[in-house]
Design a protein around this ligand. Sequence first.
Ligand SMILES: Cc1cc2nc3c(=O)[nH]c(=O)nc-3n(C[C@H](O)[C@H](O)[C@H](O)COP(=O)(O)O)c2cc1C
Length: 394
Amino acid sequence: MDAVLIKENVYWVGVIDWNLRDFHGYSTSRGGTYNAYLIIDEKITLIDNVYAPFANEMISKIKSVIDPSKIDIIISNHSEPDHSGSIQEILKYATHAKIYASGPAGVRSMMGTYHDIEVLPVKTNETLNIGKRTLQFIQTPLVHWPDNMVTYSEYDKILFSNDMFGQHIASFNRYDDQYELCILIEELKKYYVNIVLPYGAQTQRALNAVKDLDIELICTSHGAILKKYIKEAIDAYQKMSTYQKENKAVVVYDTMWGSTEKMALEVAEAFEQSGIETLVRNVRKNPQSDLIYDLMDAKYIAVGSPTLNNNMMSSIASFFCYLRGLNPRDLNFVVFGSYGWGGQGVTHADRDLEEMGHHRLCKPIRIQYSPSDERRAELKEEIKKAIKEFQDKE
Ligand SMILES: Cc1cc2nc3c(=O)[nH]c(=O)nc-3n(C[C@H](O)[C@H](O)[C@H](O)COP(=O)(O)O)c2cc1C
């Protein structure tokens, strides 16, 4: 397996995970890559590495350029196992290599994960001379772990950005201009929203910290290297990290026998007829990671659940767990559902959304058993009225 030359004496030695479909619950329909980079200078430097099952593949790519025992420096921009998992395999060759990670968080997580290794701390604006190049470190805490940092090579005008700007796409194409822009940005957004969304303020700080660097390439740790679409990627990050909204609603529901689904379609039509772009999503037919992608820039959410055993359906509760963790801000919500005799499902769903800090558009709406045509029409009008009142107040 061969390394790919990125710039003079800078190589991609990452791997392609063609079969990656589930990244701890994030549905990755296009697969993924773990990118690592090798710099040949007076001191041979490896920036990040790859998930452990791919260690040999990465090492064979390094061998296509240089004897891995010659590696002097290993930089760990982030200690998550998809970027550090091969460290022990590399150290079998690179016995004299020094490992650098952000201090103290990166040192702590590297030592906590791999135990019997020595890791040296670096901080923002500290540099490391490796020959012609002086590498500059910038800590980017909580984008998306406490230890995250990025490494800048002024000589190459490369920002090794690790997870920042990453996308899950498996491909031999190494550069952004080899993709359709809409696919690249969709995957970049999907990555951000499923991994980084809770950390908008920290992402803003990270964007600020790199904004004055002279950058020709952003070498990410997942997916394409950014070259042509750097501005587009930064703009997308700006928008997402400041939680900007579109005039958009997502109707998320589950149903056992179809009554709540009938309600969902009326609710959706009410939003659509109020001039709001609307998506309808059965929670069991869509991966949660796609639902959060749909919701990222939505202003409204409508949640429908029938009552099952005095509660909402567990699919909705599971979706709420994902939603609560990723924490998209300031949704305006309505809750609806069919029930048989108690109807507690909607009450619980309504309470959960309020607890998450979202804003109720109207009281929860229940319909006993199947909605009649008349009741469906009333439901639609009720939702339209609530939307209008909200819009008038805005
Ligand atoms: C296994 C099961 C448990 C149920 N438990 C409750 C309940 O605790 N309280 C209630 O009000 N309705 C309960 N129901 C009735 C449903 O909420 C009702 O049939 C509703 O119309 C189903 O809506 P759907 O067609 O959207 O699935 C239950 C139904 C099933 C199948």
